[in-house]
Design a protein around this ligand. Structure first.
Ligand code: FE2
Length: 241
């Protein structure tokens, strides 16, 4: 079995473990690079999840809006995430690539992952029984005093994002054990250790077709379409502390 130099090994293996590369033969390097291409993290095989409700039956949110949002924004994020993952594998093989250029794509991985996850949670908590109850309402009363007080703060937080972009995430903070309505500036900047229970998309694409710049009317319509059964399911799945 032919041995390779330390320099060859490092350049061939690029950003994989340098310590491992020092001991690899050329066959091993080739095999490892093949593994990079086929590793699950780089496969880019995410598939969009179907809407869990009839888009024509929401109250105050049109089918045109929901379908456009699902297909173009969520669907676009899924496609982009797949492309980013596959590109990461290709760039990992480029030994001369500066780390900061790899970092640009790692940032995109985080952006697209956040968008995919939050959109799936958003669509997942729409379209059901809008009457709050169960474990979620218990948590709301415990931490906000009443549903009305929780709703007032949720709306105020959402309206603060009107005309801009971001998310409102009613979440359980598994570090502090608290429940809060968290403000999120974008797909990446949100609460650490937060387990989302109810997610509201405040990007303009989520409401502009129906409401133009009237974001507050969209927030009201959203609250008329919350699937509280799903929010309860997420709440009941929280780890017991
Ligand atoms: Fe969106």
């Amino acid at each position: 079995m032919k041995s390779i130099s330390r320099r060859d090994a490092i350049s061939g293996i690029a950003a994989t473990s340098a310590g491992l590369a020092l001991t690899l033969s050329s066959n091993d390097v080739s095999a490892t690079l093949t593994q990079v291409s086929t590793a699950r993290v780089f496969q880019g095989q995410h598939q969009p999840k179907a809407l869990p409700f009839d888009a024509a039956k929401l109250k105050g949110l049109s089918e045109k809006l929901i379908r456009s949002h699902w297909e173009n924004n969520y669907g676009g994020a899924v496609k982009a995430l797949n492309a980013v993952e596959q590109r990461l594998a290709a760039l990992l093989k480029e030994s001369d690539l500066p780390p900061y250029m790899y970092g640009d794509l790692k940032r995109e991985e985080l952006v697209r992952t956040g968008s995919v996850v939050l959109h799936e949670l958003y669509f997942g908590n729409l379209g059901g029984d809008p009457k709050p109850g169960g474990a979620a309402l218990d948590a709301i009363k415990q931490w906000f005093g009443s549903y009305e007080q929780w709703e007032a703060e949720f709306k105020k937080t959402a309206n603060a994002l009107g005309g801009g972009s971001g998310w409102v995430i009613f979440a359980h903070n598994s570090h502090t054990g608290e429940f809060h309505n968290y403000w999120a500036w974008d797909h990446m900047h949100n609460i650490p250790m937060g387990r989302p229970l109810l997610v509201l998309d405040m990007y303009e694409h989520a409401y502009h077709i129906d409401y133009g710049a009237a974001a507050a009317k969209y927030v009201d319509a959203f609250l008329q379409n919350v699937n509280w059964q799903e929010v309860n399911r997420r709440t009941e799945e929280l780890p017991k502390s």
